[in-house]
Structure formats: C-alpha cells, structure tokens
Design a binder for this molecule. Structure first.
Ligand SMILES: C[S@@+](CC[C@H](N)C(=O)[O-])C[C@H]1O[C@@H](n2cnc3c(N)ncnc32)[C@H](O)[C@@H]1O
Length: 196
C-alpha cells in the first residue's frame, strides 16, 4: 500500500485519464442482472462511468482519494460490483486489492497489463477475463486518441468467454451521448460527503 501511495504522489497527474462514454456503454451488456449497486472507487466529479451507469438504472457509489476515500483503506458496506479506471501508476496494487476484497470487478486498463511476471502469477492464481474493443478510446482531457489500447479486465462475473472482442459500431448507445458536450448532470461533491 505504501508503494502505491508513493507511486501516486510521484505519478498522479499522469493518472488523470478520464473514461469516455463509449467505454462504459460497451460493458453494459456484460453486467449480470443481479447487480444493483456499483462502486466507482476513483470517481472524478464528472465521471462518465457514474453518469452512464446511473442513466442505465444502477445505484452507484462514487468515491475518490481527493475526497478522503483511499481505495486501499475504504470499502463501502454494501455493493455488488466495482467498475473503475484505476490510476495506471499503481495498477498492480489496485488489482491486488480488488482480488483481496473478493468482490467482482471491471477495471479499464492498458492491454499491456497482461504482461509482467507478477501480474502473470496474479492472473493465474485468481483468474481474469477481458472485454477488448476494436479501437483505442479517446480519453477525456487526454487530447486525441490515447496512444495505448485499453481493455476491460474482469473478475468474478463468470462471462461465457474469457476473451470478448467487441466491434464498437455495434455498441448500443445510451441516452448519455448528450453528455459528451461536457455537461455534468450530477453533483458528486455532495455525494462524497454522504458516503463519509
Ligand atoms: C485514470 S483516472 C480515472 C478517473 C475516473 N475513474 C474515470 O474513469 O474517469 C484514476 C483516478 O484515480 C485517482 N486515484 C489515485 N489513487 C487513488 C486511490 N488510492 N484511491 C482512490 N482514487 C485514487 C486519481 O486521482 C485519478 O483521478
């Protein structure tokens, strides 16, 4: 955990890649029916993860380290699934923490997260499934397309297939598209307070 904090304080600004609407819409069909409450554990104030999920009927708990909710110290009492785009500088620690918590999760991460000696063991020991889009996402406030390919790393949902290759043109659009204008419909500040 200490290593994760050091990495964050060193690399924090490089971790600010904000998830675009289409990245959230593509996973909606994979969320099982029993899931009612979803934890977004790194939710920025205009989180499209939170907004898309809410518009699709989910109860979402948004938390962020800047509001006092460090992922390594805090866990909501009641939730069914974690969906987030973790800070890439401490992705190993986020993955390890998620496996330790024992709840299903969907993490948006660079596809190269599949590489690496330690992660190979982590995935062997715990199991991992992927949802892989056929293109790179344009991350919010990240300029044009990200130079890296991201995919959803999933654990605990028992998807039919381990590798799910998705043509983005087939992704069903939710009413959230209008939010691509940058309009925020929620006030996360109040919600962060309530979660405390
Ligand atoms: C890649 S950004 C994603 C933001 C947002 N979840 C999204 O998908 O648009 C990762 C965020 O995690 C935050 N963060 C870093 N360390 C954290 C921690 N220990 N607990 C909670 N959030 C953290 C960073 O400040 C950053 O805003």
């Amino acid at each position: 955990m200490i290593n994760a904090k050091i990495a964050y304080s060193k690399n924090g600004p490089n971790d600010e890649y904000y998830t675009p609407v289409e990245a959230v819409e593509m996973i909606l069909p994979f969320i099982p029916k029993y899931v009612k409450t979803i934890w977004e554990c790194t939710a920025i104030k205009e989180s499209q993860i939170v907004e898309v999920l809410r518009l699709n009927g989910y109860n979402v708990i948004p938390t962020h380290i800047n509001e006092g909710f460090d992922y390594f110290n805090y866990e909501p009492e009641d939730y069914d699934l974690t969906i987030t785009n973790p800070p890439y500088s401490c992705k190993d620690q986020f993955l390890q923490r998620a496996f330790n918590l024992g709840k299903p999760f969907m993490f948006l991460l660079p596809i190269t997260t599949l590489e690496g000696f330690k992660r190979n063991k982590m995935f062997r020991d715990n199991g991992i499934q992927l949802i892989i889009p056929d293109r790179r996402f344009s991350f919010k406030s990240g300029g044009k397309g990200a130079w890296f390919q991201t995919s959803w790393f999933i654990h605990g949902l028992n998807l039919d297939k381990d590798l799910n290759f998705i043509p983005m043109k087939d992704t069903k659009k939710s009413p959230i598209q209008r939010l691509n204008t940058g309009t925020s419909v929620i006030d996360l500040k109040n919600e962060f307070r309530q979660a405390a």
